[in-house]
Design a protein around this ligand. Sequence first.
Ligand code: GLN
Length: 322
Amino acid sequence: MGNPEDLEIVPSSFPEVLKDLHSQYKSLEEGVVANYIPELAKVNPNLFSICIATVDGQIYEVGDYQQLFTIQSISKVFVYGQALEDHGRDYILTRVGVEPTGEAFNAIILDEQSKRPYNPMVNAGAIATTSLIKGSGPTERLNRLLDMYRRYIGRDVFVDISVFTSERSTGHRNRATAHLMLNFGMIDQNIEEALDLYFQQCSVMVNCRDLAVMAATLANKGINPITKEKAVDNRYIKDILSVMYTCGMYNFAGEWAYNVGIPAKSGVCGGIIAVVPNQMGIGVFSPLLDVRGNSVRGVKVCEQLSQRLGLHLFDCSRQEGI
Ligand code: GLN
């Protein structure tokens, strides 16, 4: 990857590439919107936006980039970072592993030996991670997460109450997962409180531009490239990006690593973030999902961006820079 100083980013090609990809894929109507959370089923399936934020603070966007939606599982990345800051790597590793599952995001499984959830990017691991967020009570814990989002995004965010209550009243699978972890002592606080916080972190409203800026903050050593505020300690970036790389796209993580080759995370909202270390963050939003819960257009767009901009981390044949 080299030094960011050595890289010649050619932003003039970005608007063109984004426009191309948007018009190429806007007619692709494969997939279905998430409907297991009733409130999510109401989304307009045609929404589509792509955004790139560079580490030097430039933003390129196309489509419905101001449209707000709930962040869903993309939250897991940032809450994992907060938990690492709250407790340090060694302790977090005793509670949540770093092994891909090869299973769906909501699989009710724990590691046979350690009883830990496999990784923080699947629901089990994310609920465990959320339960570790420090705070004197539910309000302080939620406020700490909202402040964390503010640092990454650069503005105040809020929880969409209808999505939150929709998830809370139908999230029996997540409740079952939490009970399994309680059984093995992997969650030690009141599980309803942990689940509420988890549902709230998933129900925070963001737009595609926010996703790109959040990803760019991870690409930029934890510093928001627009506000210059530190969102997360640089020492945890490699932990966060490593689990994104191996586990962020669930049971598609291997193919994603092979074809796209950059750390990423998807959510059932239809959002995807992807991080090109020291260069840029990418956000894509399109609610039509494949069977694994990843945005159909989002995956295609990232594959194309990786190819056209030469982003695969292990592609030694590409020219230095973009
Ligand atoms: N809130 C969702 C859930 O727990 C998040 C899942 C996702 O985005 N993959 O089911």
